[in-house]
Design a protein around this ligand. Structure first.
Ligand code: HEM
Length: 465
């Protein structure tokens, strides 16, 4: 820690160097890496690759035009279950036991969850646009069941950890409880979506698919985004971590929003259903915009971090600023939908989806991994300044999020061809950012043994933390 000072609520970064009695050494430190590496592979070879190909297919540039609806869902699925979901599952099953003062989760408990989640999303992404007929239907159901089992695994593991862990009144616990519960809901929806797509060219009915997107973004991912940030990010920027009282109302809204969206799927009159959905989107959007500055950070310098780590804190700022932009766009779309009782504001919904997807999820994943994942401990301790591979992805993602939000916002004002070609450029920039980030992860994995020696040396020499 800079200047040796320690503040209450500090996140203790590298367990080998921290002698606090509250720090529980993890029995298993590496399983989360299997999740991160799988998430990166699926993002690079699936979700972000489709982010380039899918908009070009929408322009009719090559022969996939008739598959576009399925390609859109495959892209959404790969990004949410594959990229965001695996990343959150890996990091949360690594971090939450630490936060709760529990021993690390054993490899033989955690890897079966990955073995269910990863193939599920791979099968779903490939089969939905490309495998027709009975085989396609059967594989879709297999993918749904596998995914559902993996999601239940995440729910069970986190719930047991939280139930047995320390019971301090800290915001992260409530976010984590809520987030874990949404993973059980996600499991049910994943199986349900697969069943509903049978006999429909594997296409999930649009209202169910759309609702699921928001349930995942806010319930299954958002709760961890704000829970994990609330415990560490304000400290990086020299501020106090928020109290339960401070996050109570936006935290409740963050969960009430997706709940209303889920309820909108009940067999109700069309207008009532849209009003429920609109209200849910507005509440959740406002909650995200509210939480970004208080649980995360949107300004300032991360002066509590070593100079070497400060570049990574930019990702956190960028992610939270994008979260505010996305939250406001979604609140706007939600209020219009609520008022009219019909589907409204496609442009703002699409912009919001990608402010959250590229900004809140991808930027934050890059930043938090570099700031708190144990595998980056050596990079954080190195004397050399961050290299191009660490700095460039930030600017690539900034450009990608701006371009992709614009292609959404201009839906009613610019020609489809222009918008989709711009989206493909955004996709290529984001894809490159992913590849560069993956190289820094692989480098960190390769250097881990050296890191352990170095950290052990620091402990014996009474070095900094
Ligand atoms: C620069 C990167 C990206 C590009 C270029 C891109 C492009 C697209 C395009 C063209 C669509 C279809 C829009 C339409 O015609 O209605 C779409 C939908 C979608 N995208 Fe992205 N996307 C990107 C990144 C992401 C990320 C990172 C996520 C989430 C983590 C994400 C989640 C979604 C979702 C959930 C949908 C809707 C899927 C559905 O309707 O089932 N996207 N994206």
């Amino acid at each position: 820690m800079a200047d040796g000072a320690r503040f209450e609520g500090d996140i203790q970064l590298e367990p080998p160097t921290v002698k606090s009695p509250e720090t529980v050494p993890a029995a298993e430190d590496h399983a989360y890496l299997a999740f991160i590496v799988s998430a990166l592979i699926i993002a690079i070879a699936g979700g972000f690759l489709l982010a380039i190909l899918l908009p070009l297919a929408e322009t009719g540039l090559f022969g996939w035009s008739e598959r576009v609806p399925q390609l859109i869902q495959a892209h959404g699925w790969a990004q949410l279950q594959g990229w965001a979901g695996l990343f959150v599952a890996g990091m949360s099953t690594r971090l939450i036991p630490r936060f709760a003062g529990r021993p690390g989760v054993r490899r033989n408990v955690i890897l079966p969850i990955l073995a269910a989640l990863a193939p599920s999303v791979v099968i779903r992404t490939v089969v939905e646009p490309f495998v027709g007929g009975r085989l396609g239907d059967v594989l879709t159901v297999v993918a749904g069941i596998l995914g559902g089992l993996g999601m239940l695994g995440v729910w069970a593991l986190l719930s047991v950890t939280l139930a047995k862990g320390r019971k301090r009144r800290e915001p992260w616990r409530y976010f984590a409880w809520a987030g874990a519960s949404w993973w059980a809901v996600w499991a049910a929806f994943t199986v349900g979506a697969a069943l509903k797509s049978i006999g429909n060219d594997r296409y999930v009915p649009a209202s169910l698919d759309d609702a699921l997107t928001w349930i995942v973004i806010f319930g299954c991912v958002g709760n961890f985004v704000f829970g994990v940030q609330s415990r560490s990010v304000p400290v990086f920027f020299g501020r106090k971590t928020p109290t339960v009282k401070r996050v109570l109302i936006p935290g409740l809204m963050l969960n009430a929003g997706p709940l209303l969206v889920a309820l909108s799927l009940l067999p109700l009159s069309g207008a009532l259903s849209f009003r429920l959905e609109g209200g849910g989107l507005a509440i959740a959007g406002l909650a995200a915009a509210w939480l970004a500055p208080i649980a995360g950070s949107v300004h300032g310098t991360a002066h509590r971090l070593r100079p070497r780590s400060r570049a990574a804190s930019r990702y956190v700022l960028g992610a939270n600023i994008a979260t505010i932009a996305g939250g406001l766009c979604l609140a706007w779309a939600g209020l219009h939908t609520l008022a009219s009782g019909g589907y409204e504001a496609y442009a703002f919904r699409d912009a919001a989806r990608h402010a959250f997807g590229i900004g809140m999820i991808t930027m934050l994943a890059f930043g938090m991994a570099q700031l708190i994942a144990p595998v980056f401990a050596l990079s954080r301790a190195e004397a050399r300044p961050p290299g191009l591979a660490e700095r460039l992805p930030f600017w690539l993602l900034v450009a990608a999020v701006i371009l992709r939000m614009l292609t959404g916002l201009l839906a009613d004002h610019a020609a489809l061809d222009v918008r989709m070609r711009t989206a493909a450029v955004a996709g290529a920039l984001a894809w490159l950012a992913l590849v560069l980030f993956a190289t820094t992860v692989m480098r960190a994995i390769r250097n881990e043994p050296r890191m352990k020696e170095l950290l052990a040396g620091m402990v014996h020499g009474g070095g900094e933390q």
